[in-house]
Design a binder for this molecule. Structure first.
Ligand code: NAD
Length: 488
């Protein structure tokens, strides 16, 4: 990183915009100017992809698995060593409370490198000995080869965590990467370039091109013929656009997309745990988590009590500066995103919702008035066909509806074009197993939320994505499986 200017990182060097184009990065906390970001276009993308290709064919491609994984452990140690720099960068870009970023985002950034370095050393291989009816004999064995140059396109909500979730397994498998971070969050991807330099990762293995999506760095990257596979996290509509581009050249895609996830609370639940769990699922990271819960279904006998208890949790979330230890909720990522969320808040009232709490912009000190602050919001009384109940808002809000039977709530929960996650709260073991198979989502939490073993499959069904990442599933995407048949 060079001062307050975020440069591309290509072939082991920080490079300025080839066209002298830069755009502003403003703080979500107070609207102040944080710096300017180089905007990449076709030229920078081409340089980065060429560097990535050369590294594949050069020293990175020749490294042994042991050497490669040692480098990834060194990357993890260097992130740990520069923990405060990563924390400062992530908090500046997103405005999230420091306590949250220091517990989740930065440790997971380092953990991703360790987990996938471990995983790649334990990948099983297939072996078959064969004899034909005529007596010809052969040994067949499978080998995993890297896919090649991987385009990694990331969102802004958990920038380091989600970027390293893709970069670490891609590198562990011997690929090279060109990363296009979100235009909202250039910081930690740029810092990771410094880490790669310090650790001695060969030039061209990790590249970053900053910029926007359509008609900018993102689209140039996905269209580049030198890219062998695309891994993307972001909105479903963007995923769909990327998939169309990837069809040219029949390139594989891994898509981790949006969600409109149900939270289901049965009357037999541990009430306090359920209220706490749904409060986290609806409001953590200011509701900007793909796995979050914007649709809550509560069994009728405890409905009123639950709504009242969740209201208390929401109203206790005090907005404030990221460094203030008493801050309960940060701002949204930008004023533009707040406008979008506020349109849904207005829409809810127009559609006849009962506003339980929130619904607008909170009071904040004058010094923070230019930030993208928003109130945690709860509604009841909306019809299931309201856009507020059907579309992903990506803000700190939820609609709560009562239900009367397991069959009814399964049908309500599954009536969505998305299928990313669900969180279910019940003490009935049999029911938890039944819902574990009848809810159409990639990740189903019982009496928990956002609890992950990184070896498990992660991804969504329906419009929430294609493919699974995590553990062996990431290694499946980032490698090409070949069979070798040796006649004996
Ligand atoms: P987004 O789709 O607007 O942007 C994501 C990235 O794609 C950005 O880097 C952007 O510049 C780039 N991009 C946009 N258009 C592009 C194009 N045509 N070609 C290439 N690149 C393009 O998403 P966002 O607003 O940054 O993130 C929020 C979304 O991400 C939400 O929908 C959320 O649910 C989703 N998300 C999903 C997961 C998951 O694991 N399923 C995780 C986090 C976020």
């Amino acid at each position: 990183m060079s001062g307050a200017t975020f440069l591309h990182f290509i072939d082991n060097s920080f490079v300025p915009s080839a066209t002298d184009r830069y755009f502003d990065k403003r703080s979500p906390v107070d609207g102040s100017l944080l710096g300017s970001i180089a905007e990449g276009g076709a030229a920078e993308v081409d340089s980065a992809v060429r560097a990535a290709r050369a590294a594949l064919q050069g020293s990175w491609g020749r490294m042994s698995l042991a050497q490669r994984t040692e480098m990834l452990y060194a990357v993890a140690r260097e992130i740990d060593r520069r923990f405060d720099d990563f924390l400062d960068a992530e908090v500046a870009d997103t405005g999230k409370p420091r306590s949250a970023a220091s517990h989740v985002d930065i440790p997971r950034g380092a953990a991703n490198f360790r987990v996938f370095a471990d995983a790649v050393k334990n990948v099983p291989t297939e072996f078959f000995e064969m004899t034909t009816p005529e007596g010809r004999k052969a040994f067949n064995y499978s080998v995993r080869a890297p896919k090649g140059v991987i385009a990694v396109i990331c969102p802004w909500n958990l920038p380091l965590l989600l970027m390293t979730w893709k970069v670490a397994p891609a590198l562990a498998c011997g690929n090279t990467v060109v990363v296009k971070p979100s235009e909202e969050t250039p910081g930690t991807a740029t810092l990771l370039g410094e880490v790669m330099q310090t650790v001695g990762v060969p030039a061209g293995v990790y590249n970053v091109v900053h910029g926007f999506g359509a008609d900018s760095a993102g689209e140039h990257l996905t269209r580049h013929a030198g890219v062998d596979a695309i891994t993307f996290t972001g909105e479903s509509a963007t995923g769909s656009a990327i998939m169309k581009v990837a069809a040219d050249g029949v390139r594989p895609v891994s898509l981790e997309l949006g969600g409109k996830n149900p939270g289901i609370v049965f009357a037999d639940c541990d009430f306090d745990a359920a209220v706490g769990g749904i409060a986290r699922a609806s409001f953590l990271n200011t509701g900007q988590i793909c796995l979050g819960t914007e649709r809550v279904y509560v069994e009728r006998p405890i409905f009123d009590k639950f709504v009242a208890a969740l209201k208390v949790k929401a109203e206790a979330l005090r907005p404030g500066h990221p460094s203030d230890k008493t801050t309960g909720i940060g701002p949204l990522i930008s004023l533009a995103h707040r406008d979008k969320v506020l349109r849904y808040y207005k829409h809810a009232i127009e559609d006849g919702a009962t506003l339980i709490c929130g619904g607008g912009i909170p009071q904040v000190p004058d010094s923070l008035a230019g930030g993208a602050w928003i109130q945690p919001t709860i509604w009841t009384g909306l019809a299931e066909d309201s856009a507020v109940v059907r579309e992903e808002i990506f803000g700190p809000c939820c609609h709560i509806r009562p239900f009367d039977s397991e069959e009814e709530v399964v049908s309500l929960a599954n009536d969505t074009p998305y299928g990313l996650a669900a969180t279910i709260w019940t003490r009935d073991v049999g029911r938890s197993f039944r819902l574990g198979t009848s809810i159409t989502a990639g990740i189903i939490w019982i009496n928990s939320w956002f609890l992950r073993d990184l070896r498990t499959p992660f991804g969504g069904s329906k419009q929430s994505g294609i493919g699974r990442e995590g553990g062996i599933h990431s290694l499946e995407f980032y490698t090409e499986l070949r069979n070798v048949c040796v006649a004996t």
